[in-house]
Design a protein around this ligand. Structure first.
Ligand SMILES: Nc1ncnc2c1ncn2[C@@H]1O[C@H](COP(=O)(O)OP(=O)(O)OP(=O)(O)O)[C@@H](O)[C@H]1O
Ligand SMILES: [Mg+2]
Length: 406
């Protein structure tokens, strides 16, 4: 079982040291960070996505209560335990209002702290599963989305977008998000997330030879954001073991079981790609403002059209910049297709996020690329942004542009 990940927000160094000592004795609890001010607690929680925050009510800067409210909004699966030097009715009421799950009066014993962390974590887990059970019946089923991230030109940013979109969806919705790396020979989604996969498509394909309904969960590697990853085999030659019907069976099962399934596809049309495109409810076709990519995107759109998949396709222009000679309008006219989303070129930030293995939506929440991915996530959640009539859409875009400029 994965350890309970705890963040401590306390400006008194000695208190932090005591907590650190207590938690170091517990195998099932892991201390992942410390904040000494309210705003730092919020930004660290956003980045580390802990299961539990031990929060002093009197933090400098944003107080503990205000920080807790922001954390609840931004990290819906993180539970807060408040601590204070004394407790009165007023303080307890405020703690409850700020979403606190428990309240410990200092000095507390090691046992009380550990018991509180375990209890709060378990309660949060079961609250979450029961929400899934109730919402997963009618309303929840309607919200299931399987999103294929595709292009026929390599290196355009499919993995970057698939990984960051998955993490953004997990954070925004607090729902089950699975990222499927279907780039079986060269897939690197787990590297982008700094994960060492427990099992991959290779082990799953072998199991599927014997068993039509394996325990799917066993083949997923969890990321602290809540996203679970079905990773590509660790070596390219192992990809041969994975056959089309097995991929189709797996995707069908995932579509029934999980709420958001994001598929990172290879840049080729193969039987595996075709069945993933068919099963998906949305296709994000990634392109960039460069002539060879645009040429390939045009061919790709024609093929998607002949496969009757163009209707669920949204075009995402990645690495967009106003400095480029190719303007979005030219690109759209050339392809007779409108861009649903533009993701700016932010070389240094994106590359260092890949090298650190921390998706930029976590490491740089205020960046322009994160804002673009947030917009993409909203589109996926609401299934909006599909192209309807080109002229109609163009008028809407013009209006948006005009309204923004005012
Ligand atoms: N918006 C962006 N701004 C700047 N650099 C980007 C952006 N998006 C992606 N990149 C960079 O482009 C490179 C290719 O990205 P990525 O690996 O996501 O593409 P891909 O389509 O999955 O490639 P492949 O065909 O190899 O699977 C990476 O170095 C990444 O950091
Ligand atoms: Mg890739």
């Amino acid at each position: 079982m994965a350890a309970i990940r705890v963040l401590v927000a306390d400006d008194v160094w000695e208190t932090y040291q005591v907590i650190q000592k207590i938690l170091s004795l517990e195998d099932d609890i892991k201390l992942v960070g410390r904040a000494s001010a309210g705003d730092e607690a919020v930004s660290l929680a956003e980045r580390l996505l802990p299961d539990v925050v031990i929060m002093d009510v009197n933090l400098p800067g944003l107080g503990g209560f205000q920080a807790a409210v922001l954390i609840a909004q931004r990290c819906p699966r993180t539970a807060i335990i408040f601590t204070a030097l004394q407790a009165d009715q007023q303080l307890l009421r405020e703690a409850l209002r700020a979403g606190g799950r428990d309240f410990l009066v200092k000095p507390f014993s090691g046992e009380a702290l550990v018991e509180s962390i375990r209890r709060v974590y378990e309660a949060e887990q079961s609250r979450f599963s029961s929400r899934l059970l109730t919402e997963g019946t009618l309303e929840g089923l309607a919200r299931r989305e399987m999103v294929a991230v595709f292009s026929v030109k390599g290196g355009v940013g499919r993995t970057t977008l698939a990984v960051n979109l998955a993490v953004m969806l997990a954070r925004r919705t607090g729902r089950q998000v699975v990222l499927v790396d279907l780039d079986l020979q060269r897939g690197d989604a787990s590297v982008f997330l700094n994960l060492i996969p427990r099992k991959t498509w290779y082990e799953l394909a072998q199991e599927l030879e014997q068993n039509y309904s394996p325990v799917w969960e066993h083949y997923l590697t969890p990321h602290p954001s809540g996203v679970r990853v079905l990773a590509a085999p660790v070596r390219p030659e192992l990809a041969e073991v994975v056959k089309g019907p097995q991929v189709e069976r797996t995707l069908q099962a995932f579509k029934e079981q999980y709420e958001y399934v994001i598929i990172d596809l290879p840049a080729i049309f193969s039987d595996i790609t075709l069945s993933a495109l068919d099963l998906s409810t949305q296709i994000l076709l990634v392109t960039s403002p460069e002539l060879p990519t645009i040429k390939n995107t045009k061919i790709c759109l024609d093929i998607l059209d002949s496969l009757h998949n163009k209707g669920k396709t949204k075009m995402v222009v990645n690495r967009f910049s106003h400095d480029f000679s190719i303007k979005i309008e030219d690109l759209e006219t050339n392809l007779s297709f409108l861009a649903a989303c533009r993701v700016p070129a932010e070389g240094r930030l994106v590359v260092s996020s890949v090298n650190e293995g921390i998706p930029f939506v976590l490491s740089s929440p205020g960046s322009r690329v994160t804002a673009a991915v947030a917009e993409l996530a909203e589109m996926v959640i609401g299934d909006t942004g599909r192209q309807t009539d080109l002229e109609e859409q163009r008028k809407k875009n013009l209006f948006k542009f005009w309204a923004r400029g005012r």
